[in-house]
Design a protein around this ligand. Sequence first.
Ligand SMILES: Cc1cc2nc3c(=O)[nH]c(=O)nc-3n(C[C@H](O)[C@H](O)[C@H](O)COP(=O)(O)O)c2cc1C
Length: 205
Amino acid sequence: MNHPALDLIRQRVSANQFDPTHTLDDATIRELIFYAGEAPSCYNLQNWRFIAVRSAARKRALMALSYDQEKVVDAAVTVIVCGVLEPERGIRAAMQPFHDDGHIDREVLDQWVEETTAAYRDKPGKQRDEAIRSASLAAMNLMFAAQAMGLASGPMGGFDAAGVSADFGLAATEIPVMLVSVGRAAPGNWPRKRRLAVDQVLSIV
Ligand SMILES: Cc1cc2nc3c(=O)[nH]c(=O)nc-3n(C[C@H](O)[C@H](O)[C@H](O)COP(=O)(O)O)c2cc1C
């Protein structure tokens, strides 16, 4: 099947080399984060937060905390994609607009909040799983949005999570899940790597 969105999926690469002279303005960063936040999340928790690291000084600090991965300083911006624990605390605010738009009544909203609270309160393991799921989906959206906007992206899990939390002032309820560098690709990137064949990863039952 042919569709521009499918082309994006087939063509995206994880970039390692970025043009250090290229910069991104606030409006573009905001647009990228808008699309990151369009990702789905369980109960529409939206249990994520994003820190766009753009200044030279903060990029240097983040590079030191990510095992000196140079793309952190070379790329125009590196986004710290965070997942948020205790997500039930934010669910009413997250779902209130759906109520206000007339899609659900007050009773359904209250029930939604109650179910979400029962699902997550005092369940740290489940909170962490959900934080990582949500942030990962947001990170993928961010990478596809970047590509659609003609930008390269590079995801990273290689960083000192405790160090990033401390240096970038994350709350105790925030986990740095992934770093995503975004900018203009420089020459020297590897092509997209081959993937396993569908038969190797799929069971249809
Ligand atoms: C969760 C995650 C963590 C990653 N961590 C790093 C990293 O720390 N440094 C790095 O250079 N690449 C990292 N990568 C990039 C992968 O190596 C890359 O996505 C993979 O080799 C496939 O490459 P391709 O998408 O260009 O085909 C990471 C990717 C993911 C999804």
